[in-house]
Design a protein. Structure first.
Length: 625
């Protein structure tokens, strides 16, 4: 066997080994946290809700038994619950925690209300009679790992098209293309038009590399729209539910019939209207199906089973299956775009379905194994994203060192640069905010569109300032075991510098022009502390709705007129922890349209070459002025 053909299998085996390390690490961390972290800390981290009030229980349109719960605490802690994540109920007693054996799955979350799908034999009455505080926590996600391991195994054993794509993606073999002249799209710029044409020409694979503000989503929507003039249906996936929501909404706005498998993160009528569940319920045959399912449940609960019980049951079940198949055939037959997360593409609803083209958005945030889940359903793969922004989350340091964080998009981009189109014109930020990111991450290739090139709030304003916090003697502190770093002095300075900037602009103008502000800190503890402080400041009251505070991940894909970044780290050793992952900083800085204010200890930060260069760059802007 030649090395050329055996290398893809070896590479996939390596992926499996690294994924196993990540699985073991995450499972161990979950067990340790559950045992050692007080439950209140898990509540504060957003991994648990307690206390709860139990609402109604019912069968939903997908015939899952569901229970509705409400979070009773009055703080506005962000939480990490979202559709599809496994959860476990527990009762916090005086000295111990009693966990319920069965786990459920989040079906829907909106504010302080959550709907959880639970096993049919789960007794909701048990949740009512509790001798302590009832709570729910995120459980370890076995399913996603099982699907990723399964996808790697399937890809290793593959024959046919999947085997061809596997061997292509793991070698320097040229990807095949069609040749036809460029088509013009009047509302796209040159690099966006080129990207759409490259997608249409690709027989195997194409990559749309979209740095911040370059209109990646606009380009991708157009590429999908054009593809659908040649194919009847496409599969569109992304790593997170939020990214799936975002692209789905844009496709619906473009006039395409989208069927969203799974529930959206942002729960409003527009988002819900194209979900599978809502469409299923709205189907004219659904009331009939519902009554048959009800009859099945009543029949099941009968103690006395007569001779014809089985016949009755079989008849009802086959009628229900027939209706379900008919409704699904219509829903999937009408849809032009099937949209779901990468893991969601393993849903039984898609069993046996094949697609000419698979689009993976935010592909630079997805583990390689997760991408192989939907690839098995596709003839060709289009990846879109930016590997200079947020990477996939990898918790095991050894697995990260071994290369688990390297994505399929990066791998293909390195081996086949000819399939990559870089979108070069950005429409978000002032040229000076863009330039540092462009020089460091994108080989000086970014260009600011004329309409944003000099956009600013104040005349003769410096687009970027770095306030050195070293002279204020603020030191970072560690709060709570494994909970994170905070720098109270810097938090205070962050709000003071925003207040000073607001005074320069003037209250009337901020409100009339609806200027918005994002305060970003890489550390979750600092974010929570800043939120507490904001609630106490009277001067912020009129602007409360214009200011949002979050981590870098929380601002992914968003933008604000003014961005303030609190770096937190301040120590004599020059330790900056995960701020060494410069992609996070790239995301944070490029959220700003007109003004970027960075607060950080210069002495601590500039020992790292990136931050040294950033400091020097910002000083050079002052001299130019």
């Amino acid at each position: 066997m030649s090395t050329e053909t055996s290398s893809p299998i070896l590479e996939l085996q390596r992926q499996r080994m690294l994924l196993q390390m990540e699985y073991d690490e995450e499972k161990k961390a979950f067990q340790q946290q559950t045992e050692t972290l007080g439950m209140m800390r898990r509540v504060k981290r957003g991994d648990a809700w307690m206390p709860l009030r139990v609402g109604k229980s019912y069968f939903n349109s997908l015939n899952q038994y569901c229970v509705e719960i409400f979070r009773q605490s009055d703080d506005d802690t962000d939480h990490n619950f979202e559709f599809g994540r496994p959860v476990q109920f527990f009762v916090q007693q005086e000295k111990a925690i009693r966990f319920f054996a069965a786990t459920g799955t989040v079906s829907y979350v909106d504010g302080d209300r959550m709907v959880i799908a639970i096993p049919d034999n789960f007794s909701v009455a048990d949740l009512q009679i509790t001798d302590g505080q009832l709570g729910v926590q995120l459980f370890f996600d076995e399913t996603s790992y099982r699907l990723m391991f399964d996808a790697l195994e399937r890809t290793m054993r593959a024959k046919g098209r999947l085997a061809y794509l596997r061997d292509l993606f793991y070698s320097r073999q040229k990807a095949e293309t069609f040749s036809f002249p460029d088509m013009g799209f009047s509302y796209l710029n040159d690099t966006q038009q080129h990207a759409v044409n490259e997608v249409l020409r690709a027989k195997d694979v194409a990559i749309v590399h979209g740095p911040p503000g370059t209109g990646k989503t606009t380009t991708l929507v157009e590429a999908i729209y054009e593809t659908l003039r040649r194919e009847s249906q496409v599969l569109v996936c992304a790593q997170s539910n939020m990214a799936v929501d975002w692209i789905s909404e844009k496709l619906v706005d473009r006039g395409l019939n989208v069927l969203r498998i799974g529930n959206p993160v942002r729960v409003d009528d527009k988002m819900l209207s194209f979900t599978y569940e809502r469409r299923f319920e709205a189907h004219p045959d659904y009331p009939q199906l519902w009554s048959i399912r009800k009859a099945i449940r009543e029949l099941r609960s009968q103690r006395k089973r007569t001779d014809n019980w089985h016949q009755k049951m079989d008849r009802l079940k086959s009628r229900a299956t027939e209706l379900e198949i008919r409704i699904n055939a219509e829903l999937f037959g009408e849809a032009r775009v099937i949209a779901c997360t990468l893991v969601g593409s393993a849903n039984r609803l898609l069993d046996g379905m094949k697609f000419g083209t698979l689009f993976i958005d935010e592909a630079a945030q997805a583990l390689e194994a997760a991408c192989w889940i939907p690839i098995r359903r596709a003839g060709r793969v289009i990846l879109a994203g930016d590997h200079c922004q947020l990477p996939p989350t990898v918790k095991c340091y050894e697995a990260l060192k071994g290369g688990l964080g390297r994505t399929l998009m990066e791998r293909i981009a390195e081996q086949k640069p000819e399939v990559v189109t870089l979108l070069r014109i950005q429409y978000r930020m002032h040229e000076d905010i863009m330039r540092f990111s462009s020089d460091w991450f994108y080989h000086h290739q970014m260009v600011a569109a004329p309409e944003v090139k000099h956009r600013s709030i104040l005349d003769l304003d410096l687009p970027i300032t770095w306030i050195d916090t070293a002279e204020y003697e603020g030191k970072e502190e560690f709060v709570g075991e494994s909970f994170g770093r905070i720098n109270k002095t810097e938090a205070e300075l962050t709000l003071l510098s925003l207040q000073a900037y607001f005074e320069l602009i003037g209250k009337e103008r901020i409100l009339s022009e609806r200027l918005d502000v994002g305060i970003i800190s890489p550390y979750r503890a600092q974010v929570q502390y800043l939120r507490q402080q904001i609630r106490k400041k009277d001067w912020i009251k009129p602007f409360r709705t214009r200011i949002s505070v979050n981590t870098v991940d929380g601002f992914q894909g968003q933008e604000r007129d003014i961005i303030v970044i609190s770096l937190v780290r301040s120590n004599d050793e020059g330790q900056i922890g995960f701020l060494r992952d410069l992609r996070r900083m790239n995301v944070a800085m490029t959220r700003a349209r007109m003004k970027l204010i960075i607060l950080g200890n210069k002495d601590t930060m500039t020992r790292h070459p990136f931050y040294k260069k950033l400091w020097d760059y910002i000083q050079s802007l002052k001299r130019v002025e």
